[in-house]
Design a binder for this molecule. Structure first.
Ligand SMILES: [Zn+2]
Length: 136
């Protein structure tokens, strides 16, 4: 995660984005910076087509931007995965809280492996064995 924090702040060059409210989540920030890189690439292409850039400069700048885009892409995929794991853990924790509050947990203990299923289930979440509920 440290890689993209240390990256040169090319995003700051985008004049259009500076007046917009900044979304502070890492994922939104990465996405915003990626869009800026794409904008820069488009500008670069335009300037090259207009004859304002030497082919050599164009190529080296383009490689820079593409490298930047690839790094940002990889970083946001990583952030996306972390977000999914967070969401998964939150659901798991919420499920456990709900089961503690409203259910008798022993209703969902697997007879085969002893796993305490956090939510009402017909089959064990750990080993797949059928759970026979105790009568209420
Ligand atoms: Zn089980």
């Amino acid at each position: 995660m440290a890689a993209f924090v240390a990256m040169p702040l090319l995003a700051r060059e985008g004049a259009a984005t500076s007046s917009l409210p900044v979304d502070v989540t890492p994922l939104a920030d990465l996405k915003r910076r990626r869009l800026v890189v794409y904008d820069n690439l488009k500008d670069l292409e335009f300037e090259y087509q207009a004859g304002k850039l030497a082919a050599q400069d164009y190529q080296s700048l383009k490689q820079n931007y593409l490298g930047e885009a690839a790094t940002l892409m990889a970083a946001s995929q990583e952030a996306e995965q972390l977000k999914e794991i967070d969401a998964l853990l939150e659901r798991e924790i919420a499920g456990r809280r709900a089961s503690r509050k409203n259910r008798l947990p022993q209703d969902y203990i697997c007879p085969k492996c002893g796993f305490e299923n956090p939510v009402p289930v017909k089959f064990c979440g750990e080993c797949g064995a059928k759970i026979t509920l105790l009568s209420h």
